[in-house]
Design a protein around this ligand. Structure first.
Ligand code: HAM
Length: 425
């Protein structure tokens, strides 16, 4: 019997690690530049944390959570997202007593029992940021701009920010009643899944992937026509800032998308997503919004907040599509001409490694076999260690890519070796 990775999961093989490393490094660096600090929360939490915040009528809580009763009888769920966990940690550790807003970022695996397809997995990774403790539109703009900086640093082209405002709770109640009035005229035309949505979560009808519903939604009432003056002002101020950003950043594009509602219940006012030109779920690179009610729902003090999370698999896919990141190849394989020189090879490899040069000593094979090994490993250079070299405290460098022949160097000539490695890239 041959085992396979569970459906909707995948191995991240060494070949893709350079992409992952670049994406994560750039995201971490950007967050730090904006004054955000790293936080890590457990991969599983009390299930009620998600039920209360993400929402019991959402797809995530209703059908996608990996939930179980543990040996102590606790109801546990693998985290489907990390905003709720970060807010739980914010309350539990009294972070509200420190200077606010708390600027936090995280990275790690999330779990949703979804129907796997391109860009949609059951175990996936999110990088996210949360700005907790300030209700100003300045913070909405800050997180939207931070997300843009990450995409821009990664040179992901053809992205567009979609933004909408859902208003506050009271606005939403008025809006949802208008939406119900509108869709009730078409109830018999709606497909079965959307009839259910109509009953349980009418807002999600705007998010439907069903053609009939998409058509009907075209003339549905718009959230922006029903939000309060305060919410509208909040939204307009963000748009003003986005206009300014568009003037300074040539590639930055945005549109107000009145159908954008997002699939989690905790949002109020701003919701946004960055989309790429890839189709289907793969194209939704990141999503977020303001979630002022969440911390109070979890039993903390009334604390406004805003944030986003990006799907790292989706970002890695976009970056690798462009092929702009080079593989971080192995630098050197040391070819040892006689077994008795292996101790010397050890000290030479230590010298290289302590100078950040990645090095493998070739396995005990014939010289030809060792050189073949160096080629197969895609090493940039082979370093030959024989009797001559050891007596002269030198090494012979064999160029594997450029076809140049050989060069003898003093063992300690690290700077020269580094410049040779750079020219072999
Ligand atoms: P979300 O829209 O559910 O929001 O997920 C954010 C991002 O995670 C998506 O835009 C997508 O890139 C990625 N993602 C979601 N599900 C999958 C999946 N099954 N496979 C691959 N990637 C996926 C949240 O999770 C909120 N917590 C975001 C947030 C933070 N809002 C405020 N702060």
């Amino acid at each position: 019997m041959q085992f396979q990775a569970p459906k909707g999961t995948s191995d991240i093989l060494p070949e893709s690690q350079d992409y992952w490393k670049t994406v994560i490094e750039k995201a971490f660096l950007t967050a730090k530049k904006f004054g955000y600090r790293y936080i890590e929360t457990p991969i599983f939490e009390d299930s009620r944390i998600f039920e209360r915040t993400v929402g019991e009528d959402t797809d995530i809580v209703e059908k996608e959570m990996y939930s179980f009763v543990d040996k102590g009888g606790e109801n546990i769920s693998l985290r489907p997202e990390n905003t709720a966990g970060v807010c739980r940690a914010f309350i539990e550790n009294g972070l509200y007593n420190k200077t606010l807003p708390a600027r936090l970022f995280y990275y790690g695996p999330m779990f949703r029992y979804e129907r796997p397809q391109s860009g949609r997995f059951r175990q996936f990774h999110q990088f996210g940021i949360e700005c907790i403790g300030d209700s100003s539109h300045d913070n909405d703009f800050e997180v939207i701009k931070l997300a843009w900086n990450i995409l821009d640093k990664l040179e992901i082209k053809n992205t567009e920010l979609n933004i909408n405002s859902l208003g506050d709770k009271e606005d939403r109640e008025v809006y949802v009643s208008k939406l119900i009035d509108y869709f009730s005229k078409y109830i018999n035309d709606l497909p079965k899944v959307d009839k259910l949505r109509f009953e349980r979560a009418p807002l999600r009808l705007l998010d439907s992937k069903e053609k009939v519903t998409i058509n009907i939604s075209k003339d549905a009432p718009k959230t922006l026509d029903f939000i309060s003056k305060d919410s509208k002002n909040h939204h307009d101020k963000i748009i003003e800032n986005l206009e300014n950003l568009r003037k300074t950043e040539r590639n930055f594009k945005y549109k107000i998308n009145d159908k954008l509602v997002r699939g989690l219940d905790y949002y109020n006012r701003t919701v946004f997503e960055y989309l790429s030109d890839s189709s289907g779920p793969q194209g939704v690179l990141l999503g977020g919004g303001r979630y002022d009610p969440l911390i109070k729902i979890l039993g903390g003090p009334d604390t406004p907040a805003v944030g986003f999370a990006m799907g790292v698999e989706r970002i890695v896919h976009e970056v690798s599509k462009q092929g702009s990141i080079k593989d971080d190849n192995l630098d050197i394989v040391i070819v040892v001409l006689k077994d008795e020189f292996r101790t010397n090879a050890e000290s030479t490899s230590d010298l290289f490694r302590s100078n950040e040069i990645s090095t493998i000593i070739a396995p005990r094979r014939s010289i030809k076999g060792q050189l073949r090994f160096a080629n197969n490993m895609n090493a940039k250079l082979a370093v030959i260690l024989g009797e001559n070299e050891i007596n002269n405290n030198s090494i012979t460098i064999k160029f594997l890519n450029s076809g140049d022949s050989q060069l003898e160097l003093q063992n300690e000539d690290i700077l020269k070796i580094k410049s040779l490695l750079a020219s072999e890239e």
